[in-house]
Design a protein around this ligand. Structure first.
Ligand SMILES: [Zn+2]
Ligand SMILES: [Zn+2]
Length: 184
């Protein structure tokens, strides 16, 4: 098996979590987790760990160089999956054997957010649609923040929430829309 990054045979079998074995490249520290190994480990877990939200709003930038990687097992091109949730990198997965490639520190990052036990969900259409929605939402937030300025945009959002939750919400909106509400 050749490392998808170093293209050399540097793999060593290592237990990266209790009962989870991966082939770890001794040069780049990337990890190859076969689908069998992952699913066996997942099945042995007591339950899923609750996701830890991101504390870093600015982390959502793609840092990765977009070179295609080949599956070390079957030599197919690995497919890149965004994770969303302010995780900057994508993970590579083989569409044929369902093995997963993680660059050196990616497993540790996923584990720090308790997303390491959610990989099978990340590869579903549903998860990927949610990632796209989140990206759109963040792009729109950025546009509005630039348009109104950060401070005003925050005030506008608070005001909007206050109106939407108010029992007289439609009257308040009518009052605001009316150029001269004190005259009949
Ligand atoms: Zn390597
Ligand atoms: Zn494969």
């Amino acid at each position: 098996m050749k490392c998808p990054v170093c293209k050399e045979e540097n793999f060593e079998s290592k237990e990266i979590e209790p009962n989870l074995f991966a082939e770890v490249c001794s040069k780049c520290l990337g990890k190859w987790i076969s689908s069998d190994n992952y699913n066996r480990w997942l099945a042995g877990l007591e339950g899923r760990l609750p996701e830890i939200p991101s504390s870093d709003e600015a982390a959502f930038t793609i840092r990765e160089f977009e070179l295609a990687k080949l599956c070390p097992q079957c030599r197919r091109i690995l497919v890149k999956y965004k994770i969303g949730r302010n995780i900057a990198f994508k993970i590579d997965r083989c569409g044929n054997c369902a093995g997963v490639w993680l660059d050196s520190d990616e497993w540790a990052t996923l584990r720090s957010r308790n997303l390491h036990d959610e990989l099978n969900k990340v590869f579903t259409d549903h998860w990927q649609e949610e990632v796209k929605k989140e990206e759109t939402r963040q792009a729109l937030e950025k546009i509005y923040a630039e348009k109104f300025g950060e401070d005003d945009y925050r005030k506008i959002k608070d005001f909007k929430t206050w109106i939407e939750q108010h029992e007289k919400s439609s009257e308040i909106k009518a009052f605001i829309r009316d150029k001269n509400p004190l005259q009949f």
